[in-house]
Design a binder for this molecule. Structure first.
Ligand code: SF4
Length: 240
């Protein structure tokens, strides 16, 4: 099965996703620093846990300075619902330090990133240990409408099932390929809708394939639901 990530096919998928799930809200926090910290909290955890951790964080600390200067244990305790609390506490403090030390103002702001080329802004963020392509591109896409595509596990899994990218692509490569393939004007919407599809139907283990018209794009549906392969045999080697 060949990879097909032509613009026409991607726009057709997007259109069908829209018909199934409707347009999704654009979650721009307005405060880019807050958005970045919440995205760090959201790494590898369910939305409900992220929301609880974020609520604690912004209730327990009055401002970004307090968060940066708190002890790691105190901060970890506050954000515990997000999982990996010590690690995420350190990521948050490193991020705030980097933002404060950028420029002359000693304040906490991400707005300077909006003046950079998208790729430079992405590189600047990824220099901070613990910020990877997904976290960086969530901020850049949602807050600055930059031409970058956040690729989380849902997006990566479904893009592979839809043959938009090869199964062998690492997460970094998936970012690169989807960034190139998905047109800027639908990047945010496509990202949000694919996540919706992942949450509602296209789970990793038990996808509910008969439920939506999206199956027409899906290699798994073609091979597994039609009986050519067992779920364990999917994806076949030639798709790697
Ligand atoms: S057909 Fe099944 S596996 Fe394929 S995209 Fe739809 S829900 Fe996912």
């Amino acid at each position: 099965m060949q990879i097909d990530n032509s613009e026409e096919r991607i726009r057709n998928i997007h259109q069908d996703l829209l018909e199934v799930y409707g347009e999704q809200d654009w979650h721009d926090d307005k405060d880019g620093v807050r958005q970045l910290l919440v995205t760090i909290l959201s790494q590898n955890v369910a939305d409900e846990n992220t929301a609880r951790a974020a609520e604690n964080l912004f209730k327990d600390f009055k401002n970004y300075e307090e968060i940066e200067n708190a002890s790691v244990d105190e901060l970890a305790d506050s954000i515990n619902p997000a999982g990996l609390p010590q690690t995420k506490a350190q990521r948050i403090q490193r991020t705030l330090k980097a933002l404060r030390e950028h420029g002359d103002k000693e304040d906490y702001s991400v707005e300077f990133l909006g003046d950079m080329e998208d790729s430079d802004a992405q590189d600047w963020l990824e220099e901070i240990k613990g910020i990877g392509p997904k976290t960086a591109s969530v901020l850049l896409n949602f807050h600055f409408d930059a031409d970058v595509m956040p690729v989380d596990t849902h997006v990566e899994r479904i893009a592979k099932r839809f043959r938009l990218i090869p199964f062998s692509a690492s997460n970094g490569k998936a970012h690169e390929l989807l960034n190139e393939a998905v047109p800027h004007d639908i990047k945010n919407s496509f990202h949000m809708l694919i996540i919706e599809h992942g949450k509602n139907n296209c789970s990793a283990r038990n996808p509910t394939c008969e439920e939506t018209k999206l199956k027409r794009y899906c290699s798994r549906y073609e091979l597994v639901e039609n009986g050519d392969l067992t779920p364990e045999e999917y994806p076949p080697e030639e798709m790697e």
